[in-house]
Each structure stands twice: as C-alpha cells, then as structure tokens.
Design a protein around this ligand. Structure first.
Ligand code: PAF
Length: 279
C-alpha cells in the first residue's frame, strides 16, 4: 500500500504507475469502520486499483466543536486499509487542499442543498461540494463510492458531477449497520456504551415507519416518531422527514411510480446521528 501526504506525490504516482488502470476512489474523513471497508471491498471488485483519501474537511463542519471532537485515528485507519489491501492512500494537509484558506465555493444543487441536512447545517453542502470537487479532480477515478447513510450527500455529489461535466461514475452503496441496527458512522465512537446500545431505537423507529407508511396517514406516522423520541431520555429528535427519493421533496400524496425514503437526525447528548431507510 502506498501512502502519500502530498497531492503532488500522489499525482506523480497516479500518472506514472497507474496509467491505463481502472481506478476506484473512496473519499473519507478517517475514523474508518466496517461501513468504509464495505465501500473499499466493493471498489476492489470493480476496479484495477483502489485509492482512499483521508481528509477531515473543515469547511463542511458548521460547528467548531463538532470539528474539534471529530475522531482522529490515522494510525488505526492505515492499519485497516492495509488489512483490506487498499492500494493507494492520500492524506493531504489542510494547507494543500485549501491554499487560499479554508473557504467553500458556493454551489447550487437545484435546491437540494437547502433541505434537511442543508437546513440544519448551513454551509455544509458547499463545504462537501468544494472538497469532493477538489478530490475528484485530483484523483480522477473511473468510479467513486459513497454510502447511502449520507443519502442527501450522495444525491448532491451526483449533481456535482453533472454540473462539472466529470466523466466519473458515482456508485451508491447500501447502509452498513451494527448488529443492533445502528447505522455505522465515525461519530458512533463518540457515544457512551449505553447510548450506543440504546441507539437501536433509531433503526427500530425507521423500520416501524417502513411498515406503516402505506397503511397510515402520514401525519400519524410523523406523530408516532415524535412520541417515540419524546419518551426516550437519551435522544432528541432534530428532524424526521418522509421524502421523495430523487428530489427529497416531502411526501404529500403517495404516487405509485415514485419511491420514497424516511430521513432522521437525532442528538444523543452532543453527538448528532443521521439515518434513513427506503420505504
Ligand atoms: O462522507 C464523508 O465522509 C465526507 O462528507 C466526504 C465525502 C469524505 C467529504 O469530506
């Protein structure tokens, strides 16, 4: 496994040793878990070589404490990557990724950037768009892999690639869950053991929503979610939305030809968790 901490060295390697090779790319912010590894394993089956980036992108954090507390586990990450036979790792510095200072570009993603995560984390998707654009331009892979846990991010990145006219296939990968149903996330490391055990409620509630979505009026489904979290001492619901899967517009009337997903964001103490499910 080759590890590069400068973009220039990474690019030199790609342009000399990886010519005519199909490159798969998994961008990450580190604190790797089995969800990331599932993306890397998929990328390995569909490409000649797999590159992973580890970069905690400051511009996508709208909260300074969230950035400060974000788990940083580079040595363990590199060991995990080596164990799954990742080929190339890029670990660039903030100075190199943001030579003019950590400021985002402004994007318009047809309004997707203003809903849900965008509404509660102002500027978040400009930060994601800025860094993913830069990383895709540096790596220029055939395929780039993103998890459906960040479903809104996935849709936005698909739009970004269209907007920039990049010839890169964005591959969406299913949510990888802990045995109790909690969606795998680097932030899970910040939960206490009881919080992590009890967080099973998030997935259970999403499963209830899935079974009731077509049977009950939407209002009733929304109220049941609200009630379930109000009754739980560990979690505070930030938002719950049932939306059309392509546009993320909140559901009004179910249209048979459309598909829908339920999205949720909750706080466990200071830790913010998101999850979603196809309905
Ligand atoms: O999903 C993530 O880990 C990040 O948002 C990404 C795509 C690596 C950009 O920083």
């Amino acid at each position: 496994m080759r590890v590069f901490d400068t973009v220039i060295a990474f690019k030199n390697f790609i342009n000399s040793d990886c010519l005519n090779k199909k490159l798969g790319f998994v961008p990450t912010m580190g604190a790797l878990h089995n969800g990331h590894l599932s993306l890397i394993n998929r990328a390995k089956t569909e490409n000649d070589l797999v590159a992973v980036s580890i970069f905690i992108n400051p511009t996508q954090f709208n909260n300074a404490d969230d950035l400060k507390n974000y788990p940083k586990t580079l040595d363990a990450d590199l060991q995990m990557l080596k164990a799954v036979h990742c080929d190339i790792v890029l670990v660039p510095s903030v100075a190199e990724m943001y030579p003019k200072g950590a400021v985002s570009e402004t994007f318009s993603f047809d309004g997707l950037e203003n809903l849900m995560e965008g509404a509660f984390r102002p500027g978040h998707f400009n930060g994601v768009g800025t860094i993913v654009k830069r990383l895709l331009e540096i790596v220029n892979p055939a395929n780039a892999y993103f998890g459906e846990k960040d479903y809104q991010q996935l849709l936005i990145i698909k739009k970004l690639v269209k907007l920039l006219n990049l010839n890169i296939n964005i591959v969406s990968c299913p949510i990888y869950r802990e045995p109790n149903g909690l969606a795998m996330s680097s932030r899970n490391e910040l939960l206490s053991l009881p919080q992590r055990q009890e967080a099973t409620i998030i997935y259970k509630i999403l499963c209830d929503v899935k079974s009731n979505f077509k049977k009950e009026p939407h209002q009733q489904v929304y109220e049941a979610v609200d009630r379930a979290f109000k009754a739980h001492p560990f979690f505070k619901l930030e938002y719950f939305v049932i939306a059309e899967a392509d546009t993320l517009m909140p559901v009004n009337k179910i249209i048979a030809t459309k598909s829908y997903r339920a999205f949720i964001a909750v706080f466990a103490g200071n830790v913010r968790l998101i999850d979603n499910i196809a309905l």
